[in-house]
Design a protein around this ligand. Structure first.
Ligand code: GLA
Length: 639
């Protein structure tokens, strides 16, 4: 094509119109649930992992010992089925054909005469026990242990190339090996290889690694190549679909909450770490919990926020700190966190076994609805979290985060139950049913104590569900965030590795401004023109939510408007409801200060409802905060 006759402005126009043509409108209704329909991890994955128990000093006897205990103790029957080998299993990558070799000195069953190796006998053994097998890799060329566990006896050996045990450049080959040849069911893919191996870094120079220009800067989302990180992981997911075509394989993304994974993890993997590594310290547990607890709308069957593995049995959560250990467990359970035991199960005391094997609490975590618990009350001292169960009940956690005793009121309103009807609580630690009450009740909590209950009562919304009660049925397809910002609502703990030598922990996990249940995207009370709402969805303008009509509701309704906490008070928005791609209702122009308006639509027979908030003629990039107050599905199947 000859362009010489075009003037510069004409060229710019041409470019703009081609771009406009090429990019589909992200707010156009999809007419369907766009997340992959997954058969694996319909409930949060459960099992055991070697990392918190043994770091790289893992071996076959330790893993099989854990596996045997899972079976013998009944934990496997409760759902703890995945037995995951974390970092430390590899010897080297054979350079003539690129094949990975297992360190057979610690996994003797993997030895194959002639110097080859295969994990097949090991996974056969686990499968014969009724268990599933998980393995670990890295998205770059080198793994985390090769940077952080330099004293380990189990680091990959050999030349620079032989020590490149990560997936980079070998995705197809390694995934075929792990899933098709070795029979694994689960893969955790870490990200140190694209994070800490920069040219000139002491670790690279001293250990003669090949440098990898970092794609992730954990301290700066702006310096992180989010699309590239996502696409590397998406390639792994695609390879897993090729080599484990039955759809039963699980992919765990381990970018430690960086690279905006808290937004896109659901589209690529079955679980994604929302924070850096947990340690057996109370304040670290708070940090990890907070990184996932505000993300209820991002988790759903087949896709889970992962605040990291359980550290019960160690440090602040050991058998001398059962209050803390129980809190850790109840908290992970109510936010649908994956439950991976990280303890040497061959010698676990009964007091710890009793925690992992609390069938009622496991049932809360494994409820088939997949609705992550939503924060109903929050302060730095105490929190109340409420989760919708599929049997029509609620699960509730009252959590004392601090070192002072606390008295907490639990109200019917917080549980979205009628305030004038009897409410029954069953204590899931003792199994005891408490005296019936109406309206509210109160509890005294010891320092760091968590109470967890199953609750039955009369629903406040008798013929429907508030959308914030069923986050597992909502997909935040487009969240309206223009530039990702770090989330400040995460407990800042004292440096575990640096002490107080540096300036302290800064907010680092992108996702601030994402859609929230029962709060605005920036964690304020939902409020339109002075009217506040104790339930609803808070979302930025420029967003599209997909809602699965799993209960065959007949109406969707909400009170919509620009939220009083909006940062952009000038620009207008419009709220639209679609049913299976058809426009059903629109609000007309709404602005900051205009009263909430009622928006509703008949959704009989509709499978996927879409809630869209548009701001097509913005004059600035400042976020417009909007509220779908009291958003609810009415009618439909009884609950
Ligand atoms: C990273 C991960 C951990 C663990 C180690 C292994 O730190 O976040 O969960 O897998 O690497 O080296």
């Amino acid at each position: 094509m000859r362009l010489s006759f075009l003037t510069l402005p004409a060229l710019a126009l041409l470019a703009a119109s081609t771009a406009a043509h090429a990019a589909p409108d992200p707010l156009a209704p999809a007419g369907r649930w766009t997340l992959p329909e997954r058969t694996a991890a319909r409930t949060p994955p459960m099992g055991w992992s070697s990392w918190n128990a043994f770091r790289t000093e893992v071996d076959e006897a330790k893993v099989l010992g854990a596996a045997q205990t899972l079976v013998d103790s009944g934990l496997a029957r409760l759902g703890y089925r995945y037995v995951n080998v974390d970092d430390g299993w590899w010897l080297k990558r054979r350079t003539d054909d690129g094949r990975l070799l297992v360190r057979t000195a610690i996994f003797p069953s993997a030895a194959v005469p002639g110097g080859d190796s295969s994990f097949r006998p090991f996974t056969d053994r686990l499968h014969a026990m009724g268990l599933k097998a998980g393995l670990y890799s890295d998205i770059g060329r080198n793994a985390c242990s090769q940077a952080y566990d330099l004293q380990s006896p189990n680091l990959p050996e050999g030349t620079t190339a032989e020590r490149e045990v990560g997936l980079y450049g070998h995705v197809d080959q390694d995934i075929a090996l792990f899933f098709r040849d070795w029979g694994f069911d689960y893969l955790k893919v870490d990200a140190c290889g694209i994070n800490v191996y920069a040219a000139g870094a002491p670790i690279v120079v001293q250990n003669d690694y090949r440098a990898f220009p970092p794609l992730i800067d954990q301290a700066s989302i702006n310096r992180t190549d989010v699309p590239q990180v996502r696409s590397l992981y998406a390639n792994v997911a695609a390879a897993i679909r090729r080599y484990a075509p039955d759809g039963d394989a699980i992919l765990s993304l381990c970018t430690w909450g960086s690279a905006d994974v808290r937004r896109w993890g659901k589209e690529v993997g079955h679980l994604w770490r929302t924070s850096q590594d947990i340690t057996p310290s109370w304040t670290r547990m708070l940090h990890n919990f907070d990184s996932a607890s505000t993300r209820a709308l991002y988790a759903k069957p087949g896709a889970w926020n992962d605040p990291d593995m359980l550290f019960i049995g160690h440090g602040d959560f050991d058998a001398r700190h059962l209050t803390e250990a129980r809190s850790h467990f109840a908290l992970w359970a109510i936010i649908n966190a994956p439950l991976f035991i990280g303890y040497d199960l061959r010698g676990a005391p009964k007091s710890l076994m009793d925690i992992w094997s609390n069938a009622d609490i496991v049932r809360v975590n494994q409820d088939p609805g997949g609705h992550q618990g939503v924060i109903a009350y929050a302060s730095d001292d105490v929190q109340t979290i409420v989760k919708t169960l599929s049997n029509g009940h609620k699960a509730v956690v009252l959590f004392n985060r601090g070192l002072a005793p606390a008295t907490m009121e639990l109200t019917a309103v917080q549980m979205k139950l009628a305030a004038d009807a009897p409410i029954t609580l069953r204590d899931l630690w003792t199994g005891k049913t408490l005296p019936v009450f109406t309206g509210e009740t109160r509890f005294d909590l010891a320092p760091r104590e968590t109470r967890i209950f199953e609750v039955s009562g009369t629903r406040r919304l008798r013929d429907g569900m508030y959308l914030s009660e069923v986050p597992g049925d909502v997909n935040v397809a487009v969240d309206g965030i223009i530039e990702p910002e770090p989330d400040p609502v995460v407990h800042r703990m004292m440096g575990q590795w640096s002490g107080t030598r540096d300036t302290g922990e800064r907010p680092v996990y992108a996702g601030w401004g994402g859609a929230q249940a029962d709060a605005t995207p920036y964690d304020q009370t939902l409020q339109i023109a002075g009217r506040s709402f104790d339930t609803g969805l808070g979302v930025l303008a420029g967003s599209r939510l997909e809602v699965r009509n799993t209960r065959a509701a007949t109406r969707v309704e909400a009170l919509v408007g620009v939220d009083d906490s909006t940062r952009n008070t000038r620009d207008a928005v419009e709220f639209l409801i679609y049913g299976d791609g058809r426009l059903l209702a629109r609000s007309g122009t709404r602005r900051f200060g205009t009263a909430a308006t009622s928006l509703s639509a008949d959704v009989r027979g509709v499978k996927v409802i879409e809630l869209v908030t548009r701001a097509d003629r913005r004059t600035s990039d400042l976020p417009i905060i909007t509220t779908w107050g009291e958003a609810a599905l009415r009618g439909g199947a009884p609950r």
